[in-house]
Design a protein around this ligand. Structure first.
Ligand code: GRF
Length: 189
């Protein structure tokens, strides 16, 4: 399975994918690692592992993704003959140049039990609502944010004394198991 991985943050899910490939738990290759953040953990890990890495400038608004930049990313992904596009905390919203080229072949990992707590502040929102349990979701990506078909979920209990940082760290532990597992079971269309 040829993976194109996109991320904007710490890069812990990228690292988990690399480990799963090295451990032979996941039969895949990361053929493109793409980030919009020049100073991210994601970029450092990708470079450190010698992955084919691309830093694209998505535009001034950190959530929007310039049309031109999206066309460029779609080209990179096609050129690398990517089978599945994996979003690991990529903060810009994908539109048609990428969505149309990879329909049903884009997965995202989200830190809540979707459909509950969509959006960029899910971990804090769960705490603010006083929930007792949350988790993570791996789902397909379409034009509607955090609403594509759910592929797998894992639960995480909320503990007394949790804050967003502690809780997010425990959610990520589950993401690191769940995302490689979903990809290992991926059925080629
Ligand atoms: C993950 O918690 C993911 O669910 C969310 O962004 C975070 C990315 O973490 N969408 P990392 O950069 O892989 O460490």
């Amino acid at each position: 399975l040829r993976l194109g991985v996109l991320g904007s943050g710490e890069g812990s899910n990228l690292r988990a994918l690399i480990r799963s490939i090295q451990n032979l738990e996941l039969d895949a290759q990361i053929v493109a690692a793409i980030t919009d953040q020049g100073d991210s953990g994601f970029l450092k890990i990708a470079k450190g592992e010698g992955l084919p890495v691309h830093h694209v400038h998505g535009g001034a608004n950190p959530r929007r993704f310039d049309e031109e930049a999206q066309k460029k990313v779609a080209e990179i992904l096609k050129e690398a003959a990517v089978d599945v596009v994996v979003l690991t905390g990529f903060m810009r919203i994908l539109k048609s140049p990428i969505l149309d080229a990879f329909t049903d072949r884009i997965v995202n990992v989200h830190p809540s039990l979707l459909p509950a707590y969509k959006g960029a502040t899910a971990v804090q929102d769960v705490l603010d609502e006083g929930e007792l349990e949350t988790g993570c979701t791996v789902h397909l990506v379409n034009a509607e944010i955090d609403a594509g078909r759910i592929l797998a979920q894992a639960k995480v209990p909320i503990l007394v004394g949790d804050n967003a940082e502690k809780l997010h760290a425990r959610i990520k532990e589950q993401e690191h198991r769940l995302l490689p597992k979903v990809l290992a079971e991926w059925k080629r269309a």
